[in-house]
Design a protein around this ligand. Structure first.
Ligand SMILES: [Zn+2]
Ligand SMILES: [Zn+2]
Length: 131
């Protein structure tokens, strides 16, 4: 079951929902393939046409932009195939276009994407479940 974490900016009142976790449909990668960038979709199709995918790790995760210090929810995927090969899609920051990295930081430690201040708090809407 996936969930959403909502943050509230105490400076500009902006609310952002960060989608996290994995849903029921995630057992089959091709159920959610439309959620990846076009280039990654083609690569996944290419790999799976040539190889059996040995292992996949698929869920919404927090990614961070180290350039503008904002958080972004992206669909994380790692697939293993052909013994030792791995593929993961790359994502870019929607604000500044720099590369995103997976993050373990709390959402409230990032800058607000709207006003660029460090003023995020966890919203009273504590979690939203989806699947
Ligand atoms: Zn703000
Ligand atoms: Zn950025």
């Amino acid at each position: 079951m996936g969930y959403g974490q909502v943050t509230h900016c105490s400076n500009c009142n902006d609310e952002q929902e960060c989608t996290l976790g994995a849903g029921m449909a995630f057992g089959d990668l091709f159920n959610v393939i439309d959620n990846f960038p076009k280039g990654a979709q083609n690569k996944i199709k290419f790999i799976s046409s040539l190889h059996e995918i040995e292992q996949q790790d698929l869920s919404y995760e927090v990614f961070e932009c180290r350039q503008c210090d904002t958080s972004h929810s992206r669909l994380h995927l790692t697939i293993k195939y052909d013994c030792k090969k791995r593929f993961s899609p790359n994502y870019r920051c929607s604000e500044c276009k720099h590369k995103l990295f997976r993050s373990n930081r709390l959402l409230t430690n990032f800058k607000c994407r709207k006003c660029k201040k460090y003023a995020l708090q966890n919203s009273k809407v504590s979690s939203i479940l989806w699947d």
